[in-house]
Design a protein around this ligand. Structure first.
Ligand SMILES: Nc1nc2c(c(=O)[nH]1)N[C@H]1C(S)=C(S)[C@@H](COP(=O)(O)OP(=O)(O)OC[C@H]3O[C@@H](n4cnc5c(=O)[nH]c(N)nc54)[C@H](O)[C@@H]3O)O[C@H]1N2
Ligand SMILES: Nc1nc2c(c(=O)[nH]1)N[C@H]1C(S)=C(S)[C@@H](COP(=O)(O)OP(=O)(O)OC[C@H]3O[C@@H](n4cnc5c(=O)[nH]c(N)nc54)[C@H](O)[C@@H]3O)O[C@H]1N2
Ligand code: SF4
Ligand SMILES: [Mo]
Length: 741
């Protein structure tokens, strides 16, 4: 029996797992009680790493499409086929004819962290799309505009806060997002146990809302208005006290002025939240020794996503809670250093180029995935004809996905890096499957950079495999796209990845290896595998690193491996003002583009809460976006893909619990079982996403037996938050009628 301690790569919580194996079999997976961060917590998905590993539907070898069937081929044949199909299209139609979609699991793999950027460069196309524009792009934009760094998310410091106002997040099901905190529910209960308060704003009484001290039902899509009302009340009642950061914040008066019309009384109608409640929220936030406003999916994937993301932080700044313990803190993962010195930097801008068909501005180098079908379908120079997807299922994850499905069917060449033949990859010509999560090592660069504690953990691979790892697969694609041919050595790419990180350190005056000899540094890393070299380099140059000799007792990958449960370096620390990298060197509370966009929000003050029925989404503990419905342990039991309907609405619409409803939107319709529940706000219905596994030519036999329906057949690709390009996935106007069966 062998025991291996690893980080679960399935969601953002990064729980420590204890994996017991015998030979090539997994005997047991349970929570690692000695993991200093997750302390034994595990959700029902964690142990399914075993089921994923043994799933017969998971591809072990590349497949090439052969009419309606698939043919297993060797890796060499597969890459030869990729070259044969892809390169002529790019040669004839130019680089812009290549589209890329980078899906959610890329943030959970080392390959995604290290090899996707070289892939994007090698592709040479601006037609880059990712899950970010169906998710958190508004928060990147507000963070970029406010403190100059789109990657610095303000994290609710839940372990130390006294007051948490949470909008559009359901961590009892999702285990948290843009806030990595394993056992999020337990940490919320700890706030209550120490006398603090948790308030949840959600049109549905979610499990999280049920456990909160207060649940406030809000009209979908109106959180930005609500938050502006709270900010207004903070000013109005003289509760604004920026505190320590006051000399480093600019734009307070502009915000006060811009929010003049957004009185609690004015926003009460359209949000459905009483003015008195809004004023009380402002008072409670301001009165808490440390409090924080935290918004997630329901505040971001909406019509006013960027405004909502911004307004949440306006409230944090105005109450002195930004970068304050117990407030909204910024992560300081051990593989980075805490900025020192004077604030200021290059700032953040979007719109360096625009999408061809609809002119949407680029944000962080990518275009809104909601416009992907436009780019594939619309003829002309720069039309996408060839496609590469890595770890994504956009035909289920993105708005108006029936249209996207048809668009994918018309591609001239499509290559997917994915372990499954799902609703999207079934359109591929070649599928290149990475090994399972138990067959790769891991260091969570992505989520330790959103974590509420400063943790370091290395996960060795549980099993070895002869198959190429995902970094190797992507490296071969990089070489192909660079025109280096089929026989080029992937070490070229691996070295380029390492070079990038080494060069950055050697140039950085704050690095312990600033100005040192490159060969000497690289020589210390050469005995390691490609990914491990980067991990070692980053740990050694990070806050606790050995600095390649500067601190002989400091952290190295070898020392971290001696602590298989990981190391906890304590709670978050203040980073501002030094970490502010706007051009002004100040926190910009009133970025001009945001203030301009308030005009659009102002127009909604006249909207009434009643009238249109609106569709929202939800997550479920036993489900993970679109790809884990093939695990029978997760999908067994009652049907979970149901339409939640308030009893009053159900009576008006003629729907009964257990009956079928036809849900129709501007772009599509689905027929779905109804669950009548007082948990839903009147006028709002809810469907989970990621379902709809009844498409032909997929290979997910368990999922196909529990298909559910695709909610993104209803979401509208024409609706986009203009500042971030994020899709609007919540608050979709729908009509619901009894379905004739
Ligand atoms: N209506 C609605 N739609 C939504 C959302 C919503 O709330 N409502 N949420 C959105 C959000 S937040 C997100 S992040 C997106 C997610 O949507 P996607 O980016 O499409 O990601 P997944 O659905 O998680 O699909 C993951 C794919 O990656 C594959 N995969 C799994 N592990 C690996 C691996 O290690 N390597 C590789 N190469 N592939 C792997 C799986 O087989 C699957 O095909 O969905 C979005 N869509
Ligand atoms: N089990 C499980 N865990 C997951 C995932 C999963 O698919 N399954 N996906 C992972 C991913 S990729 C992400 S991004 C995170 C997301 O994690 P969360 O942000 O916690 O997302 P959800 O659980 O979808 O919670 C969103 C909540 O917003 C509410 N809502 C909808 N519209 C509105 C609105 O307009 N205003 C307000 N205030 N609320 C609204 C919904 O009712 C729902 O309760 O979860 C991650 N964890
Ligand atoms: S909460 Fe997330 S990280 Fe933890 S075991 Fe479940 S899926 Fe894995
Ligand atoms: Mo996500």
């Amino acid at each position: 029996m062998t025991t291996t301690f690893v980080t679960c790569p399935l969601c953002e919580a990064t729980c420590g797992l204890e994996v017991t194996s015998k030979g090539s079999d997994v005997v047991r997976i349970r929570g690692d009680r000695e993991d200093p961060f997750s302390r034994g917590f595990i959700c029902p998905k964690g142990s399914t790493l075993k089921h994923l590993h043994v799933d017969p539907d998971r591809l072990r070898a590349p497949v090439v499409r052969d009419g309606d069937d698939w043919r297993e081929v060797s890796w060499d044949e597969a890459f030869a086929e990729v070259e044969r199909l892809l390169m002529p299209v790019l040669e004839e139609h130019g680089r812009e004819s290549l589209g890329l979609y980078l899906g959610n699991p890329n943030v959970h793999t080392m390959a995604g962290q290290l090899y996707v950027i070289p892939l994007v460069f090698a592709g040479g196309s601006k037609n880059i799309f990712s899950a970010s524009t169906v998710d958190q792009m508004p928060k990147h934009v507000s963070s970029g505009l406010m403190w100059g760094d789109p990657l610095s998310f303000p994290l609710p410091d839940i372990d130390r806060t006294d007051y948490l106002l949470m909008l559009g997040a359901d961590p009892y099901e999702s285990n948290g997002s843009l806030c990595t905190a394993p056992d999020f529910p337990g940490r919320l209960e700890a706030i209550q146990a120490r006398g603090g308060k948790v308030v949840v704003v959600d049109p549905r009484r979610s499990k999280t809302a049920e456990h909160a001290d207060e649940h406030i039902a809000v009209v979908p899509g109106t959180d930005a208005l609500l938050l502006c009302g709270i900010a207004h009340a903070i000013f109005d009642e003289g509760l604004d006290e920026v505190g320590r950061l006051a000399p480093h914040v600019t734009g307070v008066d502009e915000v006060r002025e811009a929010l003049e019309e957004f009185t609690p009384e004015a926003v009460a109608g359209p949000t459905g939240v009483e003015a008195g409640t809004i004023r009380q929220l402002a008072r409670d936030l301001a009165a808490a020794p440390a409090g924080v406003v935290y918004g997630r999916i329901g505040n971001h994937t909406v019509e006013f996503g960027t405004l909502g993301a911004w307004a949440a932080d306006v409230c944090n700044v105005l109450t002195g809670n930004l970068d304050r313990p117990g407030g909204a803190m910024f992560a300081s993962p051990p593989y980075t250093r805490i900025p020192q010195g004077e604030p200021g930097g290059r700032g953040f801008a979007t719109g360096r180029w625009t999408s061809r068909v609809k002119g949407h501005p680029e944000v962080r180098g990518e275009l809104p995935v909601a416009t992907l079908a436009d780019e594939i379908e619309t003829p002309g120079d720069g039309q996408i004809r060839a496609f590469l997807s890595v770890a994504g299922n956009p035909v289920r994850s993105c708005p108006n996905s029936e249209r996207l499905d048809a668009a994918f069917a018309g591609l001239e060449a499509y290559i997917a890096v994915d372990p499954y033949i799902n609703e999207t990859t079934r359109h591929a010509d070649v599928i290149l499957p990475p090994p399972s999560a138990l067959e790769r090592s891991h260091y969570d660069f992505a989520f330790s950079a959103n974590a509420v504690r400063r943790v370091a953990k290395y996960s060795p691979a549980v099993f070895t495999t002869d198959a190429p790892d995902e970094g190797e697969i992507l490296a071969r694609l990089v070489l192909l796209l660079m025109g280096a041919g089929l026989d080029a050595d992937t070490d070229l790419v691996h070295d380029q990845v390492l070079d990038h990180f080494v060069d950055r350190e050697l140039r950085d005056e704050t690095s312990p290896i600033f100005g040192r000899d490159k060969d000497e540094i690289v020589a210390e890393l050469t005995s390691l595998a490609p990914v491990e070299r980067v991990i070692d380099l980053r740990l050694r140059t990070g806050s606790f690193g050995d600095g390649f000799g500067a601190d002989p007792d400091g952290l190295t990958l070898t020392r971290l491996r001696e602590k298989p449960h990981g190391i906890d370096y304590g709670p978050l620390v203040e980073r501002f003002p030094a970490a502010i990298c706007t051009e002004s060197g100040k926190v910009e509370l009133a970025p001009p583009s945001v203030i301009d966009d308030l005009e659009r929000l102002r127009d909604t003050l006249a909207r009434s809460a009643n009238g249109t029925l609106r569709l929202v989404g939800r997550r479920q503990l036993r489900s993970n976006n679109s790809w884990m419905h093939n695990m029978s342990v997760l999908v067994k039991g009652e049907e979970r893909c149901t339409l939640l309907v308030n009893p009053v609405d159900a009576a008006e619409l003629g729907l009964e619990d257990g009956s079928s409803a036809l849900v129709a939107s501007r772009v599509g319709k689905v027929t779905v079982p109804v669950e009548v529940t007082g948990d839903m706000m009147k006028g709002v219905v809810s469907l989970p996403h990621g379902w709809g596994h009844d498409a032909p030519r997929t290979r997910m036999s368990v999922a196909a037996a529990h298909p559910g329906v695709n909610t993104n057949a209803l979401t509208d690709d024409g609706a986009i938050d203009p500042l971030s390009g994020n899709a609007v996935l919540n608050g979709i106007p729908v009509e619901v009628t009894p379905a004739r069966v």
